[in-house]
Design a protein around this ligand. Structure first.
Ligand SMILES: [Zn+2]
Ligand SMILES: [Zn+2]
Length: 233
């Protein structure tokens, strides 16, 4: 399913990540940070999110830090942007400026180092395209395993995107699922779970997200138990 039929050219080059940045090995329990980057989400959402993360990733984090809000400068907002026209049966045709995932990773790596964190996740309302494959547009989220950072876009998680009445509760549940999923990649690697009801299965659309649980399946859970044994936590 691909509704994109017209893609603009880059307004500027994408961000190159410094691959020579050596990351220290993660020892569990570790430190996680959450950054609210260009999002209208209320600060109070952090509490619910961190409770759920502490619940699902039981004993893996000794801190989940709220890194607060981050706003792009005008210069940054214009860099590494792709213009795409999205059209579908459920929503009105509209032009979007999509932002590269590397742009977010660049900021996240800086923030991770600055706050002495092991892992970092960001939530944004902006639409995304993948720096790994720039034909992948309007992502729900993406994780960069080497740099232990991930980004989640709320755009397509909103009911209003599909011309339906906004449902804040539902939106927050979807965001939590996607944050758990992306952070899950740091522990479980690139390969997704095949269980459609597991939070770690791949979601192609909103329906897939709504149909999956807000936690890991037994098989994924076992992998976490094995990690706990390995790290003696
Ligand atoms: Zn995934
Ligand atoms: Zn699973």
């Amino acid at each position: 399913m691909n509704y994109v039929y017209k893609i603009g050219i880059y307004s500027s080059k994408d961000f190159e990540l410094k691959e020579d940045l050596v990351r220290r090995k993660i020892i569990f329990p570790c430190r996680l940070g959450i950054l609210f980057c260009e999002t209208g989400l209320a600060e109070s959402f952090f509490e619910e999110l961190s409770n759920k993360l502490n619940n699902v990733f039981d004993s893996f984090f000794f801190t989940i830090q709220n890194l607060g809000r981050y706003t792009f400068s005008d210069h940054m907002l214009k860099k590494a942007v792709k213009n795409a026209n999205k059209k579908g049966k459920d929503f009105a045709e509209k032009n979007y400026n999509l932002h590269s995932t590397n742009k977010f990773y660049t900021i996240l790596i800086q923030e991770r180092v600055k706050h002495d964190l092991d892992m970092i996740a960001a939530i944004t309302d902006l639409p995304l395209f993948s720096s790994h494959d720039d034909t992948i547009l309007f992502l729900f989220g993406e994780a960069h395993l080497k740099h232990a950072c991930c980004i989640i876009s709320t755009l397509k998680l909103k009911e209003s995107f599909y011309n339906r009445k906004e449902n804040q509760r539902l939106l927050e549940q979807r965001i939590i699922k996607e944050v758990i999923h992306e952070i899950g990649h740091f522990f479980l690697g690139h390969e997704h779970c095949v269980d459609q009801s597991c939070v770690f299965c791949f979601s192609n659309n909103l329906e897939d997200i709504d149909n999956k649980a807000i936690h890991f399946c037994n098989s994924c859970q076992q992998k976490f138990e094995d990690l706990k044994t390995k790290f003696n936590i």
